[in-house]
Design a protein around this ligand. Structure first.
Ligand code: GLN
Length: 537
């Protein structure tokens, strides 16, 4: 029978609850336990797929094509497992399913209420993923005290009542601020946040304290006393610039032992090897031998969360190679404006100190010309280039305009009436009217051509990579593109769609229609990111 660990957050948002949950997952995994994580998002959207990156950050795509919260990315990376649509549930999905059941007549005669109908549905989603696992980790999005998260917390309260005290553990993550003028840590916000939880009927068992400097014993003791937990259950989560160190910080304070004690979980030795590999990875990340300077040209660069998986994929490959990634963020709209104003000469100012350029995914026309200029610079100056999704589409547009001489080549997304729609909508996409969950989503097989950079990187003929886009390369232009030096190194055979392109006379110019970043893991860096960074070196 599975045990449940429920993780809530208090005081403020953005404390790193997702990473804390993922770290707890890793700690349990390295005890030899099998862990399945679940993120509840209390918003009414069915999924984050239609949200602006500024609202939500990255949309993480699973193998089965679910558009999910970026915390699922942390879970997959820390636990090295593939998750599915069942691992991220929003309030919107819960309500939708209850209302559909009501329409079907399943509750015939009853009045449908938050308690018990909504809370039952929430518990059902938790139990559904328990299967053969030892532990289900349940992260409740938002902050305790939010109106939206109330039904989720209430459901988690009921869970312990139904599953038994020994089978459900509550962990609460809070902020313990240090007030410089008073030279003091303040535990009051934590006390209030725990009070708020208790009002709902949840007494946390363990408190994780996010803090910018080491917590003195007195502060910990005070939290223990006021929040009604044992002293050893107050765990410090000190700020670190390396998220992969967080499991180490928790383990030093015996958090894994504590959880196993509370839940009477018996450790199995089988996870020790993973832990050793994790320590080696962290060690290599902390002791880089060289540095590379990577430019990321995107349009949400002021919000780094929008590119979470790309950044982490770079980190994994850099950890593997013992190099320090120095990332220069370039806002594509600024670049576009500058080139318009001052001409292409200005590109040198942006890229002369750069060892590699990445153009990550994106939607909408804003900044597109900036991305295309960056790609032109990479192509002409032999700078390693990696294009991801829209990055591939821009690379095809650039090549068509500047090498094939098709001056008004464009994507139908940005210029619906372009004379040369080198990127276009397939018939199947044209018919779609609804926006949510209707892109090409999730893992598709891709066949690689031998003797290409891609094949050398992957070393296999068939790969599976995750997609999230509507537009595709227009096959009408393939022959012309290939004749002029573009190599189509990967295709989705069934529908004859271009998946990877590269250039012949260039040290490393590779772009993918899929998002390789979603499948990179700390202990298994993605082959294309690895090849790109090797080229940068
Ligand atoms: N906007 C492009 C499309 O929909 C690319 C999407 C992306 O980069 N993820 O096809």
């Amino acid at each position: 029978m599975a045990k449940y660990v429920v993780i809530t957050g208090g005081v403020v948002s953005s404390l790193g609850k997702g990473i804390a949950t993922a770290s707890i997952g890793l700690l349990l995994k390295t005890q030899g336990l099998s862990v399945n994580p679940l993120k509840f998002d209390p918003y009414i959207n069915v999924d984050p797929g239609t949200m602006n990156p500024y609202q939500h950050g990255e949309v993480f795509v699973t193998e089965d094509g679910a558009e999910t919260d970026l915390d699922l990315g942390h879970y997959e990376r820390f636990l090295d497992i593939n998750l599915s649509k069942e691992n991220n549930v929003t309030a919107g999905q819960i309500y939708l399913s209850v209302i559909e059941k009501e329409r079907e007549g399943i509750f015939l005669g009853g009045t449908i209420q938050v308690v018990p109908h909504i809370t039952n549905e929430i518990k059902e989603r938790v139990r559904k993923i328990a299967n053969e696992h030892d532990v289900v980790l349940v992260e409740i999005g938002g902050t305790v005290g939010d109106i939206e998260s109330l039904p989720f917390l209430e459901a988690m309260r009921q869970l312990r009542l139904e599953e038994g005290r020994d089978n459900v553990l509550y962990i609460h993550l809070t902020l313990v601020p240090f007030i410089k003028s008073a030279n003091e840590f303040k535990t009051k916000p934590t006390q209030h946040s725990v009070n708020e939880l208790r009002r709902i009927g949840i007494q946390p068992d363990i408190i994780l304290c996010r803090t910018e400097r080491p917590l003195p014993k007195e502060a910990k003791d005070k939290i223990a006393l006021f929040c009604n937990v044992s002293k050893e259950s107050v765990i410090e989560g000190i700020d670190t610039n390396n998220i992969y160190k967080i499991p180490l910080i928790f383990k030093e304070q015996r958090l894994d032992w504590l959880i196993c004690q509370y839940l009477s979980l018996k450790r199995k030795e089988s996870g020790l090897k993973t832990w050793q590999a994790w320590l080696d990875f962290v060690n290599r990340l902390e002791n880089p031998q060289k540095e590379v300077r990577i430019a990321i040209v995107g349009k949400y660069t002021s919000l780094r969360d929008a590119y979470k998986s790309v950044i982490e994929a770079i980190n994994h490959a850099c950890g593997y190679l013992s190099i320090r990634p120095n990332i220069k963020w370039i806002e594509a709209t600024d670049l576009e404006e500058e080139v318009k104003k001052k001409g292409k000469e200005v590109l040198k100012d942006y890229f002369s100190d750069i060892t590699g350029i990445i153009v990550p995914g994106g939607f909408g026309v804003r900044g597109i010309e900036g991305k295309i200029s960056a790609i032109e610079y990479a192509r002409e100056n032999n700078i390693p280039f990696l294009g991801l999704c829209v990055g591939l589409q821009c690379a095809v547009i650039e090549f068509s305009r500047n090498v094939l001489g098709l001056k008004d080549a464009h994507s139908q997304e940005f210029a619906p009436n372009a004379k040369h729609p080198v990127i276009h909508l397939l018939e199947s996409q044209r018919e779609i009217k609804k926006k949510g969950g209707t892109m090409r989503l999730g893992a598709y097989p891709c066949l690689l051509k031998e003797d290409t950079i891609a094949f050398k990187a992957y070393q296999v003929k068939k790969i599976y990579e995750r997609h999230r886009h509507r537009y595709e390369v227009n096959n009408k232009y393939l022959e012309l593109l290939e004749k002029n030096g573009m190599v189509i190194s990967g295709i989705y055979e069934k529908e004859n769609l271009v998946e990877i392109i590269e250039l012949k006379d260039h040290p490393f110019f590779v772009a993918t229609q899929f998002h390789p970043e979603f499948k990179s893991r700390p202990l298994r860096p993605h082959p294309l990111f690895l090849a790109f960074l090797k080229a940068c070196l």
